[in-house]
Write a new protein. Structure first.
Length: 631
């Protein structure tokens, strides 16, 4: 046995595909290639006489043999082959079926590396971009018996212009923000919102090939893991769209091509278009190519006029107010951008000097003889700024017009876009100016790294729901809340009644996402939303395990929940040895406990709402029945 093990180790290491950068054999990759009957691997094995006798059935023709893939994979995955302390312990208490450990069972074959990927919400540092931990586990179909059932919601709060208050009612007219695993949140709202969502806009975690990648599980399967993670969510999301509904996915160059193929596979009967948006004009430093752009993939039904909702006049011109709005748009933010536009007979005839800092007009339109001096002051009387500085506005005078409105004379800038172009370039899309700085102006202690420009998202949303004032927009990767912010801006401008549904699992949903949207509503003095959380069960223990700092913490957690949470039905703990367990590294101790927990019970299922075990309050029961429209 020892000779075979030694021979096999030497043979496998001859194939660079099967060895990590640290020189360790990648058992999963070996199994994958064996089941794929990889020619290179089989030849290496066949050429070694002891190995050939062990794993091949030789035929009369000595140059031909039958490879016993099941036996080979079972041997590779046995604890005797390259064991470590974690592997040995895992095999001792490991998952079993019919008296045989699943890890040793060669009959289990994965054609696609992972059945499902579960997003866990713990985060160590909020200043790291999307510092999320993704747990990817193989779930057999018969194991997913409760995972996708609707979940109980709790911790309901209503937030409007006056702040937070208790929730006594919930209707289809309410904006929603749900904290919890987004895959399970989607399955929780699928019956209520099936066929009702006009637009899904998402900005999922990117998958760069660098240390900044937070989607880390197994780098050798990293791409397929990410795509499976997306596939699970896109498939259920598609069922929520209206007949003419669209999806927009923001992505960078790392997965743009692969994601587009996946979208075409899932969204049969839809068109998929790539829009390039220059969001970082300074570029990304430290690489051979300094990327200044990212992508928005538009997924629209074939043969339907779903895109093109813009304020276009008869000449094909798109007009926007030249006055800046939002967080980074005050007079004090750019002293050279506060000056008067001079209008006579509805025509812009010139531009005044930059206003002195101690000069404060009482209103935006000031009459001097036959001329009006128009300042960038909004209808609430807030002194804002023009999009262009005084020294550069002469260059774009031909793009400006004066237009009468309820508030007097407005100055607009127009561009001839015709149909939507596939490259969007505008200073408004700068993620630093109108993303990072804007969010910090609303949530001063925010450390969310490089959120989208609100105008980037606004223009994407407007393309689909600009003329639909009652549309519902879903974002199940809510991040800092840019989608809700952009939609509230749109409603304010045209007095629309569009609704948003946000889903986010990360802890910053409490400190950033909720607070940002809350501040926008407070500033606008309009709007509201209901915040709720998926009620955790085993998810609480997952959080505790992930946050454990030492072996003592892990030991306390184990002793506390050994009789409370739901372990996987196929876990045998009879051989659990606390002394052996204590010898494991902290990360390996965490892995053991995490793998033992039943992921069907991460959150409390709605069907169990009356089970006293879960301690659902009377008020929460009432709100859940209102939400799910059940008795």
């Amino acid at each position: 046995m020892q000779t075979i093990i030694q021979d096999l180790e030497k043979i496998i290491k001859k194939d660079s595909r099967l060895v990590s950068d640290e020189g360790e054999i990648l058992k999963n990759k070996v199994s994958e290639l064996a089941f794929a009957y990889d020619e290179t691997l089989i030849k290496l094995l066949f050429d070694n006489t002891p190995v050939r006798k062990q794993f091949f059935v030789e035929l009369k023709d000595k140059q031909k043999a039958i490879f016993k893939a099941d036996d080979f994979v079972a041997f590779v995955n046995r604890k005797e082959f390259l064991p470590d302390s974690f592997t040995k312990f895992k095999n001792r208490i490991g998952l079993h079926s019919g008296g045989e450990y699943l890890k040793d069972n060669g009959k289990v074959v994965l054609a696609f590396p992972y059945k499902d990927c579960v997003l866990e919400g713990g985060q160590d540092k909020e200043d790291q971009k999307r510092d999320e931990v993704f747990y990817n586990e193989v779930l057999a179909p018969d194991e997913i018996d409760r995972l996708f059932e609707p979940k109980v919601l709790n911790n309901f709060i209503k937030i409007d212009k006056d702040g937070e208050k208790d929730v006594n009612q919930i209707t289809a007219q309410d904006n929603l923000m749900i904290k919890g695993n987004n895959l399970l949140a989607l399955h929780s709202i699928k019956n209520k919102y099936r066929g009702k969502i006009k637009l899904i806009y998402i900005d999922p975690p990117y998958n760069p090939d660098s240390k900044s990648n937070t989607f880390a599980y197994n780098n050798k399967f990293n791409e397929s893991t990410w795509l499976t993670f997306m596939k699970n969510r896109l498939e259920i999301a598609k069922t929520l769209l209206t007949e003419d509904g669209c999806m927009i996915v923001a992505i960078d160059e790392n997965e743009q091509a692969e994601l587009k193929v996946l979208l075409k596979e899932i969204f049969r009967g839809y068109e998929v278009h790539s829009i390039t948006i220059v969001h970082n004009p300074r570029g990304v430093q430290g690489t051979n190519f300094s990327y200044t752009h990212e992508y928005a993939l538009f997924v629209i039904p074939e043969g339907k006029k779903s895109i093109g909702n813009r304020k276009i006049d008869e000449d094909g011109i798109v007009w926007r107010n030249l006055r800046d709005n939002g967080g980074e748009s005050l007079r004090t933010d750019a002293k050279n951008c506060f000056y008067p536009m001079i209008v006579e007979n509805d025509i812009i005839v010139g531009f005044g000097d930059i206003a002195e800092k101690d000069f404060h007009p009482e209103k935006s339109n000031i009459k001097h003889g036959n001329q009006y001096y128009i300042y960038p002051i909004d209808k609430e009387g807030i002194e804002r700024k023009w999009r262009y500085a005084r020294q550069s506005v002469d260059e774009i005078k031909h793009l400006l017009r004066a237009k009468k409105s309820r508030n007097g004379i407005e100055i607009e800038i127009g561009k001839d876009f015709g149909t939507y172009r596939t490259v969007w370039i505008d200073s408004r899309y700068d993620a630093n100016e109108y993303g990072t700085k804007l969010v910090k102006s609303l949530v001063p202690n925010c450390k969310f790294d490089f959120p989208k420009s609100v105008y980037n998202v606004y223009d994407c949303l407007y393309a689909v729901v600009g003329n639909d004032k009652n549309a519902i927009v879903l974002d199940f990767f809510a991040g800092s809340g840019t989608t809700a912010h952009a939609l509230l801006m749109m409603n304010k401008e045209d007095e629309g009644n569009r609704k948003f549904i946000l889903c986010e699992q990360m802890h910053y949903v409490d400190t950033i996402t909720k607070e940002r949207v809350k501040q926008v509503i407070k500033n606008d003095k309009k709007g509201s939303f209901i915040y709720a959380e998926l009620k955790e069960w085993n998810q609480e223990y997952l959080n505790e395990i992930e946050e454990a700092k030492n072996a003592s913490d892990i030991s306390k957690i184990y002793k506390k929940f050994i009789n409370e949470p739901f372990f996987r039905y196929d876990v045998d703990l009879t051989a659990f040895d606390e002394k052996e367990f204590a010898k494991l590294k902290l990360d390996d101790q965490k892995k053991v406990l995490l793998e033992c927990l039943d992921k069907n019970h991460l959150y409390v299922n709605y069907c169990d709402i009356d089970d006293s075990t879960y301690k659902v309050s009377t008020d929460d029961k009432k709100m859940n029945r209102l939400f799910y429209e059940s008795k």
